[in-house]
Design a protein around this ligand. Structure first.
Ligand code: AMP
Length: 312
């Protein structure tokens, strides 16, 4: 390792777990792995200086097909593809799963290499939050409901780390998944409010063939919980069907959604909401585009999912 910068081939990574990870198809290109924030800043500055566009995919690692879809799009639209892998401690609350969050840097490098990525930024936590760190970014209002209500401080941690990453990488485009819908709305707001000179691209949720939204946390589900978790997408689809067949009362739709999930013994609802896709405020009537969003626990694993419903 030189100056916190390491150039390595990730091809020696261990094999993906069945059903969990996208197979990393090597394109024979090496991924530059950087741990040091000033090193990544210098490198990205040199890319910019050379007139190259940078596409950036921030992640917490344990990459799967959902992440791969973002990386592929970023690869296609930019000269340089940068991916960050950082399990951000400031977005986890007390008693949440920071310690047990799945990690596999070697496997992740293989995934990034498989899509032809150029660099992985994987900083140690104390380089992002050094001694004395006390500046945080708060996006108000949009973070009050949904996950913000059940995870106080979560979006403050997200907004802070994303701001730092944007300042280090200075991407032309940053890619996020609709799976974390509220996060994507918060990031768009942050970018607009703080005048970041970049485009936010939000891409659809990638699902397993059975409908389960891909998530790093799925790896922590038992086979029974994984099966039970299919109720999430099934119930969301059911709510869409209700609206398609003329139901406009949000309470009726929400109650049916809740009832379906409650009938699954392994599921414990955190929230089920029908809201405006821009303001994230709850709606009474489903008249325009509406976000159906939920967070449900299976054992100690909390999963989120959502769909955008369009009233006929
Ligand atoms: P995470 O590593 O979970 O923080 O996710 C990093 C990025 O990948 C976020 O923008 C997520 O919304 C996105 N993402 C996670 N899961 C999926 C998925 N199943 N489909 C599409 N994007 C996803």
């Amino acid at each position: 390792m030189r100056d916190g910068c390491e150039v390595r081939s990730a091809r020696c990574a261990k094999s993906p777990r069945p059903g969990e990870r996208a197979p990393g198809r090597s394109k024979g290109k090496t991924v530059k792995t950087i741990h040091d924030p000033s090193e990544v800043q210098r490198l990205c500055e040199s890319f910019r200086g050379a007139g190259k566009t940078i596409g950036f995919v921030p992640t917490m690692g344990f990459l799967h097909e959902g992440h791969v879809s973002l990386m592929r799009r970023a690869r296609a639209e930019n000269d340089v593809l940068g991916v960050s892998i950082f399990v951000n401690p400031s977005q986890f609350g007390q008693g949440e799963d920071f310690e047990s969050y799945p990690r596999d840097l070697q496997g992740d490098l293989m995934q990034v290499e498989g899509v032809g990525g150029d660099l992985v930024f994987a900083p140690p936590a104390d380089s992002i939050y050094p001694r004395g760190f006390c500046t945080f970014v708060e996006v108000a209002e949009l973070t009050e409901g949904l996950c913000g209500a059940s995870r106080p401080g979560h979006f403050r941690g997200v907004a802070t780390v994303v701001t730092k990453l944007f300042n280090l990488i200075r991407p032309h485009r940053a890619y996020f998944g609709q799976k974390d819908y509220q996060q994507s709305v918060v990031i768009r707001r942050l970018v607009a409010d703080l005048n970041f000179d970049l485009n936010v691209v939000v891409l659809p949720t990638v699902r397993e063939p059975n409908g389960l939204a891909m998530s790093s946390r799925n790896a922590r589900l038992t086979p029974e919980q994984r099966k039970a978790a299919l109720i999430l997408y099934r119930s969301l689809r059911h709510s869409e069907d209700l609206v398609r067949t003329g139901e406009t009362n949000a309470k009726v739709v929400r109650d049916e959604l809740r009832a379906m999930i409650e009938a699954e013994p392994l599921a414990r609802i955190d929230y089920v909401a029908l809201c405006d896709p821009d303001t994230l405020l709850a709606v009474d009537r489903i008249e325009g585009p509406t976000l159906a969003a939920l967070a449900v626990r299976f054992g100690s694993t909390r999963l989120i999912d959502n769909i955008l419903i369009t009233a006929p």
